[in-house]
Design a protein around this ligand. Sequence first.
Ligand SMILES: NC(=O)c1ccc[n+]([C@@H]2O[C@H](COP(=O)([O-])OP(=O)(O)OC[C@H]3O[C@@H](n4cnc5c(N)ncnc54)[C@H](OP(=O)(O)O)[C@@H]3O)[C@@H](O)[C@H]2O)c1
Length: 217
Amino acid sequence: MTTIGIIGSGHVGQNIAKAAIANGYDVVLSNNQGPGSLAGVLKELGPHASAATPAEAAARGDFAVVAIPITAIDQVPVEPLEGKVVISTINYFPDRLGHVPEIDNGSTTAPGLLQAHLPKSRVVRAFSMIDAADMSADGHPEGDPKRRALALSGDDTEAKALVAHLYNQFGFDALDIGGLDESWRVDAGQKAFVTHQDLAQLKENVANAKRNSKPRT
Ligand SMILES: NC(=O)c1ccc[n+]([C@@H]2O[C@H](COP(=O)([O-])OP(=O)(O)OC[C@H]3O[C@@H](n4cnc5c(N)ncnc54)[C@H](OP(=O)(O)O)[C@@H]3O)[C@@H](O)[C@H]2O)c1
């Protein structure tokens, strides 16, 4: 059984957990307030979910999902994630959570900040451009006209293959849009952000992205 360590168990963390369990994974959820605060969530998710501290979730996961506000990146445990694939769902909403000059001036990206914090992990940006509830409720089998495409980006080919497989299991087509330095193409404010699109439409939206489009808040 493959276990996913989930750091951040709000809207995104819980919906990824739900989809993961439906596809045969075990999940270890964690948040800021501590495992006791997740009792109700565990009850809903059933026996394949457990709760732990972020460091324990990171250690127990074969790979991890980080679904926290951008402002909490520096609190993500580093050592237990070394060598592992880490999926970043984090988005940048400067009007809500404050500006990051390095993102504003184009020298990094939201997942780039997490990769810098986790230099020995393999960060892939994924699930950042779809509403949380749809992650577990809007997947469709291959060939279904309702099937949506989602982007992924990262600097490690093997890590991206793992995420493409996960997208497929959850019912989404995967589009690899390049390294983390290309991930701005699906940021808030871009055409590809939170919209129903198939693979061809996603490719077009990604190709037509313009850097520094103002994020929608
Ligand atoms: N909501 C969406 O539809 C959506 C879609 C795609 C991407 N995103 C992005 O994904 C991320 C998560 O979004 P969300 O909507 O799930 O947020 P959320 O509902 O506010 O949940 C955030 C989670 O992060 C936890 N957290 C905060 N600081 C932490 C820390 N230092 N260590 C461990 N956990 C910590 C919170 O724990 P506590 O509850 O204990 O405070 C909470 O469980 C954000 O960056 C967001 O921009 C959101």
